[in-house]
Design a protein around this ligand. Structure first.
Ligand code: ADP
Ligand code: MG
Length: 541
């Protein structure tokens, strides 16, 4: 066990202890062991009510009553103590101290004032004086349960703060001794929120204790907050405990990362399951071999060559789906853009700006209405010779869906797949959703975050792949109606959907359509959200 940790722990108790409070307990001496601390309380007097409000940290209400009492009885020691205690809680130590002393002048054996003063001394770091006053309070408390409990708390605190030079064993003993004080206090007066608070702090910070202490810390702090919902220290510590718990869970569950260059981009897999990477890469390879028009073995390559092919049900499905998106987007999403992509030199070869005539000629080959689909036998026919399908706008999305399906079949519940900025979130990461950062269009800046579970996010942006000629940028997404790279004023589109294919196709379509039409398109689909960023320079023109 290292020395630094225990010192930090002792220091934490000291610092947090400084902001804590004690409640009045003399009343209990008057009516020992009868007081109902939970359930409906019938107060025998106004001061009784104020003390209960103080116990549960409703300081404002307590103050109103105390002020009234002091108007008619300015020397009432209990009322002065109560008001001083509120000042102390507010950090007005000097004023509080003067008033505690005033109480002790009126009534030298005023137990709450003694305890409060001992606590103030401890706060100042005057441990000797604190211990002296605590000893006095301990003797005075006699059969007063709450008084005893609070002196135990003080003994725990003072022991925590005492300098210590012993070895490891001695440190453990010291730690256990401190724990026993806080435990005794909480057992003796469970209705006092501070007893749970200190025990909670102990469990939160104690370095020598058995593993499950974070759970116990949360339990104790929760009890403190239940008793006194406005107890700000207890609330803050409870939040801290939850945060700590969260980070321990994430740390304990290791995530495996793997990355491969596939489908012209990096495919990254993050999962608590080691085998997830292999499953995903195999599926991406399979889809690439099926849908890439540059792979001479693929069905799409052969279809583009012959214009007529009986394809696999999968390829048929993707082409059919693509045609549906072509229809929904009124031609903005179109997998027949192959010849245009080639003309502008995006496929293979060099980028160039073609002439108007070439573009008009090529446009004759474009349009998904020219794809004939025969459902019965999965035959695909391209109506005009020279037509070429390019599935670059959906293939990655579809591959993500296939990979997710395979992962689910293998019983994997948590995995993130990032295919060049298009991300599929299977389940969440352990104990929380996957957090996806959205990159801003310019610079290496994060524009925002998304917390996702079982969703796919696709981003299409002209800033990812483009070429520049005469100071103009030409992105790799085309407007199939004009034959020119899309120029809708959109810098980037992020689409969140339930499946990869939909997200991918819609992101590409919206990039072509622009903000207004794009938003209208996304609204046609259930469970689809789109975030469209426009180029303000274009807008201002
Ligand atoms: P990325 O591949 O960078 O994720 P997209 O998903 O938007 O980007 O797909 C762009 C690809 O889609 C292009 O490289 C091209 O292969 C193809 N494509 C270009 N314009 C269109 C279009 N209007 N409709 C369908 N696919 C397109
Ligand atoms: Mg796309």
């Amino acid at each position: 066990m290292n020395k630094e940790r225990i010192e930090k722990y002792l220091l934490t108790i000291l610092v947090i202890g400084c902001s804590l409070a004690f409640v009045y307990l003399a009343l209990e001496t008057k009516t020992p062991n009868q007081r109902p601390w939970s359930g409906p309380v019938e107060y025998s007097s106004k001061i009784d009510e104020a003390m209960d409000l103080l116990r549960t940290r409703r300081n404002k209400d307590a103050l109103a009553i105390l002020d009234k009492i002091l108007l008619s009885e300015p020397k009432n020691p209990d009322a002065i103590w109560g008001k001083a205690e509120i000042f102390r809680r507010a950090g007005q130590y000097k004023l509080a101290e003067l008033m505690f002393k005033e109480v002790l002048e009126i009534k030298p054996d005023h137990l709450p004032a003694l305890i409060s003063l001992a606590y103030l001394r401890y706060t100042e770091g005057n441990l000797k004086a604190a211990l002296n006053l605590t000893n006095q309070a301990f003797i005075l408390s006699g059969s007063c349960r709450q008084g005893k409990a609070l002196t135990y708390v003080l003994l725990g605190l003072i022991n925590s703060a005492r300098p210590f030079n012993g070895g490891v064993i001695a440190r453990i003993n010291r730690s256990l001794e401190i724990k026993s004080y806080f435990l005794r206090a909480a057992r003796l007066a469970p209705e006092l929120p501070e007893t749970h608070l200190f025990l909670g702090i102990f469990y939160l910070e104690a370095p020598f204790l058995e593993g499950g202490n974070l759970k116990q810390a949360i339990r104790e702090l929760t009890r403190a907050v239940e008793i006194a919902p406005e107890f700000s220290e207890a609330n803050a510590l409870l939040a801290q405990a939850y945060k700590k718990q969260e980070s321990t869970t994430t740390r304990n569950s290791q995530l495996y990362r793997d990355k491969r260059l596939m489908m012209g981009t990096f495919v990254e897999v993050i999962s608590p399951e080691l085998k997830a990477g292999k499953i995903v890469f195999e599926e991406f390879r399979r889809i690439e071999n099926l849908l890439s028009r540059y792979n001479t073995q693929s069905e799409i390559y052969q279809l583009n060559r012959s214009g007529y092919l009986k394809v696999s049900p999968e390829t048929f499905f993707v082409i059919k789906k693509s045609k549906e998106f072509w229809l929904a987007s009124k031609g903005a999403f179109d997998i027949t853009t192959g010849p245009l992509i080639d003309l502008w030199g995006f496929g293979k070869g060099r980028n160039r700006v073609p002439g108007k005539e070439e573009i008009t000629k090529t446009l004759k080959l474009i349009g998904s209405d020219k794809i004939i689909l025969q459902d019965i036998d999965s035959v695909v026919q391209l109506k005009i010779p020279g037509m070429k399908l390019d599935l670059g706008g959906v293939a990655k999305g579809y591959a993500l869906d296939c990979a997710a399906k395979k992962l689910r079949e293998a019983g994997i519940k948590s995995c993130l797949i990032n295919a060049g900025g298009q991300v599929y979130c299977l389940g969440g990461r352990p104990a929380q959703p996957w957090r996806i950062a959205i990159k801003a269009a310019q610079g290496n800046v994060i524009a925002g975050y998304l917390d996702l579970k079982n969703k796919c996010v696709a981003t299409s942006g002209g800033y990812e792949r483009y070429f520049t000629k005469d100071k103009k940028n030409y992105p790799h997404i085309f407007d199939p109606l004009t034959g020119y790279p899309a120029d809708s004023g959109v810098i980037s589109v992020t689409v969140i959907a339930e499946d990869g294919l939909t997200a991918d196709a819609l992101a590409t379509a919206i990039f072509v359509l622009g903000k207004d039409k794009g938003e209208a398109l996304s609204r046609q689909f259930n469970n689809v959200r789109a975030r469209i960023i426009e180029d303000t320079r274009v807008q201002n023109n």
